[in-house]
Ligand binder design. Structure first.
Ligand SMILES: O=C(O)c1ccc(O)c(O)c1
Ligand SMILES: [Mg+2]
Length: 610
């Protein structure tokens, strides 16, 4: 059994009834009714209540009630009148808890006793209607902007219908220590709202209203936060309250599923804390699934993948044959495997369509993916062919899960009439895979790859391209055996083949690979002379080295730990390749060189046939 889950209707797009349908379909137990959604709803309170019942959803919270405390007694009379109208409405809806925000507008009295007395009298009126009040400190409250002060006021109010609401955003955005939550008696925590957020430096109100994210998509430590709340003895639902400009315009069921996935991930993370809290109904762990240990294969799909075959041959790949039942070819070098798939690919220009990952326990990894509602992909398999579990990532990439293999993966035997693999391959495997993300799927993709594949999301970065900034985020396994770079194309980037994606291969001798490729006719991505002038200034490289780099289109970078030397092929369709050599402990991706690469690709795309 899992912890009860809920979602505020403000997280989702559509009308109130659309939101209820989507929340139920995604597997939530209940919703928070966000007042403006009800006020604007064609369906009235009784209809909404009936729909929720039919869908099996509880209505867990009515919110928000604003500017309730810290006011003059004259104003408080009007607060009480307003509140009574809402209590009657809540009875029609069948909601028993109302969220009361700390005052941001009308408060003139900075005094806990006054706020407590007003909350107590609100609580007395609420109790007459069978309603409870959950008092929440907004991070930008006029006087009450800290959960510890909100709790002090609730304690002073000392009324059974008055408790507190904790919201991870307001607490963590202000850097307040959530450990103090454990000092609040669980039964006085009437509600819990969860939201993540990216690390931004901006006013907290704008941050909250536009940039909140679902747990696992941002920079907050929500597993630790939830651990404190559950250890305090809170037994209500885990409820998501995420104000986000993108999610408000994303297809409602897509966001609801993403939201539900975030709570499944969070519950698993809390269950794995060193000191996990215990509640009768959870938290529940997902099946143990270690992150992938390697990239098993990458697949390029195209109506005609001939240009990709040429690039792979130039990079030193061996042709391992054609699939015995499908128009599919396999190229390998070391542990790097590239599949060229021309099946059902009419009108496709070369596109990176699938990535296979090697996992220790494919059955457990697939079970974990299913519990996280990863949409399955079904492929035609014939008798005797390996049936790998596959899921579709938010960016459309098909993600395959295969068991570990010594030497060739088991599915390689399905390819016939190829060459034997060379003995001492210069390329040894896949360093990283760079996947383009539609802007509106980016946060969902970060959560998908980090939860379904158990990868860690690092810090994000913006890279300048001629068409705009490319937002970039690495997700990788702890040992860096599997690294993905998720990149959002600038909106101005408009090309029929999409924003190009690429696979970077690993080598211990990038110069040898580049020389061999050049002999075989490869034209690397041209790098401007100014880049090499700058490289000389940065690293004081010998003239001969610089000259050779310039001749082969090689780029270079260093950090405190080591060096990174790499080159790129031209782009065919929407795909290109990179070859990288890491020395020492360099763990980056040549970020200073990325704008040079993007500018060179931009130049090339404007001069086709150059
Ligand atoms: O932005 C707000 O006004 C607002 C309202 C209700 C909440 O629970 C909250 O966290 C923020
Ligand atoms: Mg809140």
């Amino acid at each position: 059994m899992s912890l009860r889950t809920s979602i505020a209707t403000v997280c989702l797009s559509g009308t109130l009834t659309d939101k209820l349908h989507a929340a139920a379909e995604a597997g939530f137990d209940g919703v928070e009714v966000f007042e403006p959604d009800l006020v604007a709803s064609a369906a009235g309170p009784e209809e909404v209540a009936a729909l929720a019942r039919r869908l099996g959803l509880t209505l867990d919270l009515y919110q928000p009630f604003r500017d309730a405390e810290g006011v003059t007694e004259e104003e408080f009379a009007d607060v009480l009148r307003r509140a009574r109208a809402k209590f009657r409405l809540m009875q029609r809806l069948g909601v028993d808890t109302m969220l009361v925000c700390s005052n941001v507008g009308t408060a003139t009295i900075d005094d806990d006793e006054v706020s407590a007395s007003q909350l107590r009298r609100l609580g007395e009126a609420a109790a007459e209607h069978g309603v409870r009040l959950a008092f929440e400190a907004l991070a930008w409250g006029r006087y009450v902007d800290d959960y510890r002060r909100a709790w002090r006021i609730v304690e002073l109010a000392d009324h059974p219908a008055v408790g507190t609401c904790l919201d991870s955003f307001h607490i963590l955005s202000r850097g307040h220590d959530p450990a103090g939550i454990e000092e609040i008696p669980g039964e006085k925590i009437f509600f819990l709202q969860l939201a993540d957020a990216p690390a931004l430096t901006m006013d907290v109100l704008s941050w909250s209203r536009h940039h909140r994210l679902f747990p696992g998509e941002g920079a907050f430590d929500l597993p630790a936060f939830l651990g404190h709340v559950l250890r305090a003895g809170y037994d209500g639902p885990l409820s998501l309250e995420v104000f986000n400009d993108t999610f408000r315009q994303t297809e409602v069921l897509r966001t609801a599923r993403q939201a539900r996935r975030s709570l499944t991930w969070l519950e698993d993370q809390v269950a794995r804390l060193p000191d996990p809290p215990v509640r009768a109904d959870g938290p529940t762990r997902l099946p143990d699934a270690a992150p992938p240990t390697d990239v098993d294969f990458v697949e390029v799909k195209a109506e005609d993948a001939g240009a990709v075959d040429v690039l792979l041959r130039q990079l030193g790949f061996d042709f391992r044959g054609r699939h015995r039942s499908k128009p599919v070819r396999l190229w390998t070098q070391g542990r790097a495997r590239v599949i060229c798939n021309e099946q059902q690919a009419r009108d496709w220009s070369p596109t990176l369509a699938a990535v296979g990952f090697e996992v220790a326990d494919p059955a457990a990894a697939a079970a974990r993916a299913r519990l996280l509602q990863a949409p399955p992909v079904f492929r035609r398999t014939l008798a005797g062919e390996l049936d790998l579990a596959a899921f579709r990532a938010p960016d459309g990439t098909e993600v395959f899960l295969a068991g570990p293999a010594d030497g060739d993966a088991a599915w390689v035997r399905e390819f016939e009439d190829g060459e034997p693999p060379a003995d001492a391959p210069l390329l040894t495997g896949v360093d990283h895979v760079n996947l383009a993300q539609p802007w509106q799927r980016f946060d969902e993709a970060v959560l998908f790859y980090s939860s379904v594949l158990a990868l860690d999301a690092g810090a994000g970065q913006d890279v300048a391209a001629p068409t705009g900034l490319v937002r970039s985020q690495i997700v990788c396994s702890a040992d860096h055996a599997v690294r993905l770079a998720l990149n959002v194309a600038p909106l101005a980037f408009d090309h029929p083949d999409g924003f190009p994606q690429h696979v970077a291969f690993t080598t211990d001798d990038v110069l040898a690979v580049a020389r061999r490729a050049r002999e075989r006719g490869l034209r690397p991505l041209p790098v401007p002379a100014s880049y090499y002038d700058d490289l000389q200034a940065r690293f004081d490289l010998p003239d001969a080295t610089l000259e050779e780099y310039a001749g082969l289109g090689i780029l270079h970078d260093r950090d405190g730990a080591g060096e990174f030397t790499h080159f790129y092929t031209e782009t065919v369709g929407g795909v290109f390749f990179e070859v990288v050599q890491r020395r020492g402990g360099y763990e980056g991706y040549g970020a200073p060189n990325a704008p040079v690469r993007l500018a060179a690709q931009h130049e090339r795309s404007r001069r086709p046939g150059w």
